[in-house]
Design a protein around this ligand. Structure first.
Ligand code: 5RP
Length: 241
């Protein structure tokens, strides 16, 4: 893993929001005119989208974006970014997205914003995945953040029980304002409290995908190429070796 420190940073004077903003904006260096760009979801990548919008409006940046959620679609449209369906493109050059955790092998837990299904579809179609994060997301072993799993509303209690059995942990259906939170795809999210025990994320992912009611798992393995990390020592670019 290579690490480059940004020169001249004074991060000790910055709050977390400012660091997220810097990470989000830094990731825009991976985007240039002519690119097809996956647009992630969350409070960090929001700053990427705002900066890309600024470059579109002020610098004539010519890109096509594919949003990973309805929230991101709304934001990107507001920013004047041209959007397109993934199905109308022959793959993407890059996706920039947030994460809830990343481990030393650049495996991720995602789905804190309930957008994991579209995020994974878009990431799988991208030549490069750039993740924007702050230092709190960096872990030795995945799982302190409850693992989000998208499930069908049909028989979701049965699916939840099966998830608990497979992972040997407790799990809960994520709640919205009026009952279970419903994803952009009309599904529910189960959050599994594994603790930091996910040592073989691809094995865990495969076990969960074997359960019929599981639509997708918030484990992103072998996808992330670069992490733009905002921390107390500034913003670093970590590249998978
Ligand atoms: C949404 C996600 C987000 O990328 C993840 O939750 C990180 O978000 P934030 O930058 O707000 O912490 O996976 O499904």
């Amino acid at each position: 893993m290579k690490k480059y420190n940004r020169a001249g940073a004074q991060p000790q004077n910055m709050d977390v929001e400012a660091l997220k903003k810097e990470a989000g904006i830094s990731a825009c260096s991976y985007v240039s005119s002519g690119m097809k760009v996956g647009l992630g979801t969350g409070s960090t990548v929001k700053y990427t989208i705002l900066e890309l919008g600024r470059r579109v409006r002020e610098e004539g940046l010519d890109i096509v974006g594919v949003p990973t959620s309805i929230a991101t679609e709304v934001l990107a449209k507001q920013q004047g970014i041209t959007l397109c369906e993934l199905d109308d493109l022959d793959g993407l050059d890059v996706v920039i997205d947030g994460t809830d955790e990343f481990d030393p092998n650049f495996h991720l837990i995602k789905g804190g914003g309930a957008a994991l299904l579209r995020e994974k579809v878009v990431a799988q179609s991208s030549s490069k995945m750039v993740v924007v994060a702050d230092d709190r997301k960096r872990v030795d072993c995945l799982g302190a953040f409850p693992l989000p799993i998208e499930v069908t509303p049909f028989s979701h209690a049965t699916t939840l029980n099966a998830i608990e059995r497979v992972l040997d942990c407790s799990a809960a259906v994520r709640q919205g304002e009026e009952g279970p939170l419903v994803t952009d795809n009309g599904n529910y999210i189960v959050d599994a409290k594994t603790g930091p025990t996910i040592t073989e994320p691809s094995v865990t992912e495969a076990q969960l995908l074997h359960i019929a009611g599981v639509v997708q798992v918030g484990l992103f393995t072998e996808m992330c190429d670069v992490v733009i990390l905002a921390g107390l020592d500034g913003v670093s670019v970590l590249e998978k070796s």
